[in-house]
Structures are given as structure tokens and as C-alpha cells.
Design a protein around this ligand. Structure first.
Ligand SMILES: NC(=O)c1ccc[n+]([C@@H]2O[C@H](COP(=O)([O-])OP(=O)(O)OC[C@H]3O[C@@H](n4cnc5c(N)ncnc54)[C@H](OP(=O)(O)O)[C@@H]3O)[C@@H](O)[C@H]2O)c1
Length: 313
């Protein structure tokens, strides 16, 4: 038996990998690169879906760490019960902050300023002039004020906003101000011109944005989802969009990928990007730095970072 590390990168693509383990390249191909029973650390292929992520897990009888390259771990969660006890699940907290926050800003600005309409006009050679909302003087509410949420606020800072409100599970003070507990969400919603979702998808956040949530949003408000599609009740969102009372910019949808012909594609006031918050040129260097650091910790017997859960704990 060898101490195998399954990596979705070739070893010569990642600087500073420690010596010791046998590295096996696996990026979700049908065939496994070696016996999964020999794998001690499994780096889950990026953006290959839950079925691929979970497929080798039942046979990974020696695995000690499962490392995702995404911040969200909802796609590996269905396989955790197949693993031995004591396996640490680590995520890629931080790796996607710059890229995802940049997309959140892009979606906010594009939606408010009417970029989709300009592009449609340009396709038809139409000059669609007129007044549009600006981001300046707006109130923004960030629901899920973790690594991505804080990076979004960092990027909102120069836009002369009226106010940024922050919500997480627990109340706390930050350098930028108070983070409200989720229990205060319903009071904060009616004040926000832009509501940005940046929570993980968990049992608590699934369907958090339901008909009640949407009804509490201000007339003309914009909902931005860079979290996970399942945080929003798609049916309720469709119903609200149909009234024209709010607009939405969605990087993530439920279902995903959004099938051809789905009513969300053509709902009024919706801008959809195909889950591209994370996968950009900013991903590779940050992901490789994380892997190199985590593998060095693993080999030296140091505590892993970004531990989300431990099986059997
Ligand atoms: N669109 C994309 O491509 C993309 C890219 C990266 C990440 N994401 C999504 O963004 C999520 C957040 O990533 P992150 O790195 O910022 O994670 P994080 O640092 O763990 O932050 C998550 C935040 O959500 C809050 N939260 C969790 N459950 C909540 C609840 N029930 N109600 C209110 N707030 C809740 C947490 O509150 P506490 O601080 O109080 O615990 C925390 O502030 C990921 O899980 C992923 O789903 C999407």
C-alpha cells in the first residue's frame, strides 16, 4: 500500500508540493488513477458535479482528508457517510473571494445600469438611452458575511453607498461595522436596494429566500445570488419577478445547469450568469497555493486549515 494523494492537477503544475506521498492525477475521468483504498488525501475535482466528487469515496477506506477546491461543500456532503470515521473535510475558503466578489459587483452594476438591455439594443442597432439606477446612494444588504461577503463589501467601498448592512449566523463587530444575526433579517430586508446572497447551502439556508423574504424586499430592489441556487426558492422568485416588483442577478440557479426552456431564462428583470463566480484566471494560482500549503501541513503532521467537519464527530 502507498500513501496516495489524488490531485486534479499534474504535480509539475503546482509549486512547493512536499515529497513523500505518491501523487495520482484524477480530474473526474471514468477510470480511477489507482486503487482508491490507497488514497490518504483526496482533492476533489473542481466543478465536476456531485456524482463525480462522491464516486470514489465509498472505496476510500484509508482517506484522512478530503479537500475541495470550492468554498461550498454541498456537492461532497452526500458522500461523507461513505467515508471512515475521523476524515477531515476542508474547503477552499478564500480561494474564490476575489473572483466571486468581482462577479457580484459585475452583476450589481450590470443589472442596475441596464447593460443586458444595451447589449440587446446593440444587437439590433438600437440606441436605448434614458435614466437608469446607479449604485451610488443605494443601501446594500449582504446575507452571509463570511470570506466572500466581506470581499464583496471591500469592493463596494468606493461606490458612495448610503449604507451596507451585514448578516451572518451570529452577531459580531468587524472593522467595517456590525454584523447582524440572521434573526434580524426580516427587519433589514425592507431597507435594502440590493440584497446579495453569499451564504453556504445548508439545511438552514435552503429556501431561505422564499415568498416571505421576497415580499419583504423593497419595490424595485435587486436580488443578487452568488451563493448557491438552492438558497432561493425558484418558484417563489419566478412569481415575484413576474410582478415586475423586483429584479434579480443570479450566478447560481436551482436547478443547475438551468435547462433549456426553463422559465427563469426569460423571466422579467433577470440577469443570469452560468455559475462563473469562482472559475476564472484568479482561481488557478490561489487554488495551487492552497493545495501546496495544505499538503505541506498534512505531510508534516500539522493541523489542516479550512476544516469544515470531521466524519463521525
Ligand atoms: N458563485 C460562485 O461561483 C461561488 C464561489 C465561491 C463561493 N460561493 C458560495 O459562497 C458561499 C460562502 O463562501 P465563503 O467562503 O464566504 O464561506 P464562509 O467564509 O464560511 O462564510 C459563510 C457566511 O455565511 C454565513 N451563514 C451560514 N449559514 C447562515 C445562515 N443560516 N444564515 C445567515 N448566514 C449564514 C456564515 O455566518 P457565520 O459567520 O456567523 O458563521 C458566514 O458569515 C460558499 O459556501 C458557496 O456556496 C459561490
Amino acid at each position: 500500500m502507498t500513501d496516495d494523494v489524488w490531485l486534479p492537477f499534474r504535480t509539475d503544475e503546482v509549486e512547493g508540493l512536499p515529497e513523500g506521498p505518491t501523487y495520482r492525477f484524477w480530474n473526474g475521468a471514468q477510470e480511477f488513477p489507482a486503487d482508491p483504498a490507497d488514497c490518504v488525501l483526496y482533492v476533489v475535482p473542481y466543478m465536476k458535479g456531485s456524482e463525480t466528487a462522491v464516486r470514489p469515496m465509498a472505496a476510500m477506506t484509508s482517506v484522512r482528508v478530503v479537500q475541495t477546491l470550492s468554498a461550498g461543500v454541498d456537492h461532497v456532503q452526500p458522500g461523507l457517510h461513505l467515508l471512515p470515521r475521523g476524515v477531515q473535510l476542508c474547503n477552499a475558503r478564500g480561494v474564490h473571494d476575489a473572483s466571486t466578489a468581482e462577479l457580484a459587483l459585475t452583476l450589481i452594476l450590470a443589472s442596475l445600469r441596464g447593460i443586458p438591455d444595451f447589449v440587446r439594443g446593440q444587437d439590433r442597432g438600437e440606441w436605448r438611452a434614458g435614466f437608469r439606477p446607479a449604485l451610488a446612494d443605494k443601501s446594500v444588504l449582504i446575507v452571509g458575511y463570511g470570506s466572500v461577503g466581506a470581499a464583496i463589501e471591500d469592493r463596494l467601498a468606493p461606490f458612495e453607498l448610503a449604507r451596507v448592512a451585514r448578516v451572518a449566523r451570529r452577531e459580531r463587530e468587524t472593522a467595517r461595522g456590525l454584523v447582524h444575526p440572521i434573526s434580524r433579517l426580516s427587519e433589514l430586508l425592507p431597507d435594502a436596494d440590493v440584497v446579495v446572497l453569499a451564504t453556504p447551502l445548508t439545511d438552514e439556508t435552503k429556501g431561505l429566500v422564499n415568498a416571505d423574504f421576497l415580499a419583504r424586499m423593497k419595490d424595485g430592489a435587486l436580488l443578487v445570488n452568488v451563493a448557491r441556487g438552492g438558497v432561493v426558492d425558484t418558484k417563489a422568485l419566478l412569481a415575484e419577478l413576474e410582478t415586475g416588483r423586483i429584479t434579480a442577478a443570479l450566478d447560481v440557479t436551482d436547478p443547475e445547469p438551468l435547462p433549456e426552456g426553463h422559465p427563469l431564462w426569460h423571466a422579467p428583470g433577470v440577469l443570469i450568469s452560468p455559475h462563473v463566480g469562482g472559475p476564472t484566471s484568479a482561481f488557478w494560482p490561489r487554488a495551487k497555493r492552497l493545495l501546496s500549503a495544505q499538503l505541506n501541513r498534512f505531510v508534516q503532521g500539522e493541523p489542516m486549515e479550512n476544516v469544515i467537519s470531521t466524519t463521525g464527530a
